[in-house]
Structure formats: structure tokens, C-alpha cells
Write a protein that binds this ligand. Structure first.
Ligand code: GDP
Ligand code: MN
Length: 381
């Protein structure tokens, strides 16, 4: 689950990271009042759950209250990468001298979190990684020791940070690592961590903030779960989450309904192997009952891209007759207009076959056969 910039910066603040003290606004008048309270100039920032807001015109500095209203109005009318801007953050504008990237991510190969930093901040870190990877410095974070001062200081030196900022950089890096762990994040990022002018000198300030929380850990962070923005997910993804189904929307046209994440992954591979493109990943999980299967089928069929549906069910704990009943029930309700191919094998298979015989679908005895038939039907329809 992604958090908004203002939410991430609130969390960062609690971990000792200096951030601007901004105010959230939902319309131009609120933005104006916020700016009056904060003092001019301010920066007005679209709160949408995508990166690159600056490039899309979603971040603007304003010097007068009229300008604040005008720019807030304009930003609140934007749709950035498909997401409508519903709120803006009004922050005191900073006088930026340079921009640093600082992030904590999971490094799967090292099996731990790593701190990443670069003097080439402000822009897309993906672009830096692709074009000038030598500009990114990494420090592994030991799960038991955390991020020790000396490692954080090594990073500050390696990115060429002026010595006067090393002390603050160490505090910020350690705060970010601690926020990452304490909130079960999969990403915690400050881009830019800016060197800004302050009282004749300069200091570090986290001007942007981004956090992604591991969905599987949300049960122990109810205060974070409550921050979920419904715009983050598609309608289908929201329905799937409410029905307790693992669902990921993909670009292809073969809808997949599978029990077990491993089998679902394998099914996507098999479809690709035979030249097809899956429309989604969907795991109805072990022991799925008829109503859950029906909910899953409705979700898959609600995608207009889907030209054929493939069931790949292995009945272990899940019983084939239950799944068959779910399919029949869902077909009666939804009346699908696309062909369906089913490979259902395992516990109570005979009973399942008997139930499915009355339904209008194509059966297959192996996953390969089902995938080939689905790919062929997707091509024809
Ligand atoms: P993003 O584009 O979605 O990552 O949004 P950011 O919050 O990173 O803002 C984009 C860019 O706007 C930053 O890299 C800065 O260059 C600029 N920016 C953000 N805040 C301020 C500010 O207070 N003053 C000035 N002058 N520029 C800012
Ligand atoms: Mn940014």
C-alpha cells in the first residue's frame, strides 16, 4: 500500500527527519488560508500516488496569495497518470542549493534492506540507475544491528556531501532506516533530500517523501491501513481485496482463475509459453468455497479485455465439486459472453466433472492442453 507524500513526511518527522511543516488543502480557498498561515512563498504539491508529479505540472511555487489560489485551482483540476488530484500539500517553499536521493529498499539478492543514496537527486532514480549506476551508493542494513553511524557516514562521504552536513545526514539516514523497519515498509524514500539555504548557512531538509507499506503487515498497523486511498486500486482490485483474493491486473486477454499462488504463477508461464497473454494473476487460495469462486469469476469477467477464461484448479484441500459449483453459480449470475476452458483435477474430481458437464465450458485434462485451447480461443475471438 502506497502512502501519500504528506503521510510519509509526517511519519519521517516522528523519526527525527527534518521536513517542511505543511498544511493539506482540498480547494483553492483552503490553500490560500494555508499559505497565509505558513507565510509566502509556498510550494503547492499535488497529492497523488504516482511519481513524477513535478514534471506533470503538479508541483508549483507561488509568491502571492492570488498566485496560490490560481495554482492550487489549476493543480486540483489535473489528472496525473490517470489519477485525479483531490488534495494539495501547501509547504513553505525552500531555497534549494542541491538535491540528493536517499532511499531504503529491500535488496532480494542480499536478503536485507539497503540504504541507497545519490548526489544526482531530484530526478527519477530509475533513470540514474539505468544511465549512470556508478552515481548510486549502497549500504546494507543488518537486520539485527540496523544502520550503524559509520556506514551512514561512509555513504555521506561517498556521495560527496560537504562535511558540515555529515552529522545531520547520519541522523536522517538512521531515521529513514528506522521508519522503514518500524512500519514494515517495502520502500521509504526521500527525493529530494535537499540542501537548502537557512540563516545565512545551509541545512538538509526532506522536501519529498514516499513510503510503500507491505500489505501483509497491515494487520499490525491499523493506523496505516486507515490511510489507504481508494484511488490507489482499480475497482477490480478493491473487490478482490474485499473478497480476500490475491489479484493483480495484467495487460493480456486471457483471464486466469487458479488456486494457489505457485500454480497461478505457473499458469501465467504456461500461457506465455504457448504464445498467449494473461489478463491477470488470481489466486482463489486453498479451500475456496463456491461463493468465493463465483466472486473471483465476476472480477475476472468485469475486465473488458478478457476474451477467454482459463481455470486451472488442483483439488487438494480445495474440492473440485465446490469449485465446479462456484463456476456454475457464477455462470448463471454473470452469463459470460466469453468462452471458458477448465482444467480441474484432484479431490472429488468425478463429482466436479458431473456438475461441470451441464455447464457450457470446454474442459481439458492437463494445464498444457487448457492453455493451448485458451490461447487458440483468444486468438479467434
Ligand atoms: P515528484 O516530482 O513527484 O517527485 O515531486 P517532488 O516533491 O520531488 O517535487 C519535484 C521537484 O520540485 C523537486 O525535485 C524540486 O526541484 C521542486 N521543489 C519541491 N519543493 C520545492 C520547494 O520548496 N522550492 C523549490 N524551489 N522547488 C521545490
Ligand atoms: Mn520527488
Amino acid at each position: 500500500m502506497k502512502l501519500h507524500e504528506y503521510q510519509s513526511k509526517q511519519i519521517f518527522g516522528r523519526f527525527g527527519i527534518p521536513t517542511p511543516q505543511g498544511i493539506l488543502a482540498e480547494n483553492a480557498t483552503e490553500a490560500r488560508n494555508a499559505a497565509r498561515e505558513i507565510g509566502l512563498p509556498v510550494v503547492i504539491k499535488a497529492q497523488v500516488l504516482v511519481g513524477g508529479r513535478g514534471k506533470a505540472g503538479g508541483v508549483k511555487v507561488a509568491h502571492t496569495l492570488e498566485e496560490v489560489e490560481e495554482k492550487a485551482e489549476h493543480i486540483l483540476a489535473l489528472t496525473i497518470k490517470g489519477l485525479p488530484v483531490r488534495k494539495v500539500l501547501v509547504d513553505p517553499a525552500a531555497d534549494i542549493q542541491s538535491e540528493i536521493y536517499l532511499g531504503v529498499v529491500i535488496d532480494r539478492a542480499r536478503r536485507r534492506a539497503v540504504l541507497m543514496a545519490s548526489a544526482a537527486g531530484g530526478v527519477d532514480i530509475e533513470e540514474v540507475a539505468a544511465t549512470t549506476p556508478e552515481k548510486i551508493v549502497r549500504a546494507p542494513i543488518d537486520p539485527f544491528i540496523g544502520l550503524p553511524d559509520y556506514l551512514a557516514r561512509d555513504v555521506a562521504v561517498a556521495i560527496g556531501l560537504p562535511r558540515e552536513h555529515w552529522g545531520d545526514f547520519v541522523k536522517i539516514a538512521k531515521g529513514l532506516a528506522a521508519a522503514f523497519v518500524a512500519n514494515d515498509a517495502s520502500l521509504a524514500e526521500i527525493n529530494p533530500l535537499a540542501i537548502v539555504s537557512a540563516d545565512g548557512g545551509a541545512k538538509l531538509l526532506a522536501l519529498d517523501g514516499k513510503m510503500v507499506i507491505d500489505d501483509n503487515a497491515l494487520f499490525r498497523h491499523p493506523e496505516l491501513a486507515a490511510m489507504r486511498d481508494p484511488d490507489e486500486e482499480s475497482e477490480a482490485e478493491r473487490k478482490a481485496r474485499n473478497a480476500d483474493l490475491s489479484f493483480v491486473s495484467l495487460d493480456g486477454n486471457i483471464g486466469c482463475l487458479v488456486n494457489g499462488a505457485g500454480l497461478a504463477m505457473a499458469t501465467l508461464d504456461i500461457i506465455q509459453h504457448f504464445g498467449g497473454k494473461p489478463a491477470n494473476f488470481l489466486d482463489v487460495a486453498g479451500g475456496a468455497r463456491a461463493d468465493k469462486v463465483a466472486a473471483a469469476l465476476r472480477i475476472v469477467l468485469s475486465d473488458p479485455k478478457v476474451k477467454v477464461v482459463m481455470f486451472n484448479i488442483f483439488g487438494g484441500i480445495t474440492r473440485c465439486d465446490e469449485v465446479a459449483r462456484g463456476i456454475v453459480q457464477a455462470m448463471e449470475e454473470v452469463k459470460p459472453k466469453v468462452p471458458m476452458v477448465a482444467r480441474i483435477t484432484g479431490t472429488n474430481q468425478e463429482e466436479g466433472d458431473r456438475i461441470l458437464a451441464s455447464a457450457n465450458l470446454i474442459t481439458a485434462t492437463s494445464a498444457a492442453e487448457a492453455a493451448q485451447k485458451a490461447v487458440e480461443l483468444a486468438r479467434l475471438n
